[in-house]
Ligand binder design. Structure first.
Ligand code: HSE
Length: 320
């Protein structure tokens, strides 16, 4: 019997619980696909006693994610804590130093520290994988690194923040103001703890910076993303755009130009009958242009328990 791949999961929010469910409910499938069992040794979160809709009593508990990341019975540290500094980064660095592979959904940490973390992992002979950090369930990192590996990519473009797309499409369909829909999104729990990460375009900018680095083989350059959020978009703007046959989207575009890499995450007009123009609600879409393949359009859930856990497990199975 092949040794199991043993996970240590830090963060038991929506995504962490989704990962635990897949490991528990699909054990046979995961073992068959990867050739070895995938198990969970230990978990960590802010509160132990919370009701989580999964049974975690069979796993060791660690209060400190750094202690979790360095346990002898953990092969892969799964970082689902979030935040660009603090426990997520400390534990990721500790995991790499302790010889663990890392799977993370943390776009903010990678956008700011991805280069240093990737170098540390490479020097240690380990990997840091982050499919779940960009566009949730859409396997866009794998599309670029595997499916489109024989292409030169000329442009990466897309809608990468579901909350902004929800706000913009809801304003249009219901004729509501930005403030009214912002409050609605807040009530529905769509907004990040710091809403400016969503509506300021920062979250989407993090994702674009990660995608650019993969697509163009460059260093992650979040500071190089020209950012503008959706806070200035009015219902009048949306209605005027509609009269001309356009929709307003928070659109990320990255392309290699004669002057180097250009990255923008800004509200843009897109034709209403294009795939991007027809993207409704919290869905994400990424459009990739390759020299051999032409254009590829990937569409799917950019957030949520199942979709994001699906992306985490893809990385776990690759490591397995
Ligand atoms: N706040 C993000 C979004 C969550 O709305 O897309 C997924 O990264």
């Amino acid at each position: 019997m092949t040794d199991p791949l043993r996970l240590g999961i830090a963060g038991l929010g929506t995504v962490g619980v989704g990962v635990v469910k897949i490991v528990q409910q699909k054990a046979d499938l995961l073992a068959a696909r990867s050739g070895r069992p995938v198990t969970i040794s230990a978990v960590s979160a802010r509160t132990k006693s919370k009701n989580r809709d999964v049974d975690i009593s069979g796993y060791a508990w660690e209060d400190d994610p750094v202690a979790l990341a360095t346990r002898d019975d953990v092969d892969v540290f799964v970082e689902l804590v979030g935040g660009d500094e603090g426990p997520a980064k400390d534990a990721t660095e500790a995991a790499i130093a302790a010889g663990k592979d890392v799977v993370t959904a943390n776009k903010a940490m990678l956008a700011h520290h991805g280069q240093a973390l990737a170098s540390a992992a490479e020097a240690a002979g380990r990997v840091i994988r982050f499919e779940a950090a960009v566009a949730g369930g859409i396997p866009v990192i794998k599309a670029l690194t595997e499916g489109l590996a024989g292409n030169e990519i000329s442009r990466v473009m897309g809608v990468m923040n579901g909350t902004c797309n929800y706000i913009l499409t809801r304003m249009q369909s219901a004729g509501l103001s930005y403030d009214e829909v912002f409050e609605e999104a807040n009530q529905l729990g769509y907004l990040e703890a710091d809403p400016n990460l969503d509506v300021g375009g920062i979250d989407a900018g993090h994702k674009l910076a990660l995608l650019s680095s993969i697509a163009f083989g460059t260093e992650v350059d979040f500071d190089g993303v020209a950012l503008e959020g959706i806070g200035q978009v009015t219902i009048e703007d949306i209605n005027q755009a509609a009269e001309l046959g356009f929709r307003i989207k928070l659109l990320g575009v990255a392309r290699m130009t004669g002057r180097g890499l250009e990255q923008r995450m800004t509200p843009c007009l897109v034709p209403e009958n294009s795939p991007l123009g027809q993207l409704e609600g919290g869905t994400n879409m990424v459009v990739l242009d390759g020299d051999a393949v032409g254009q590829i359009v990937l569409r799917g859930a950019g957030a949520g328990e199942g979709p994001t856990a699906s992306a985490v497990m893809a990385d776990v199975l690759d490591i397995a």
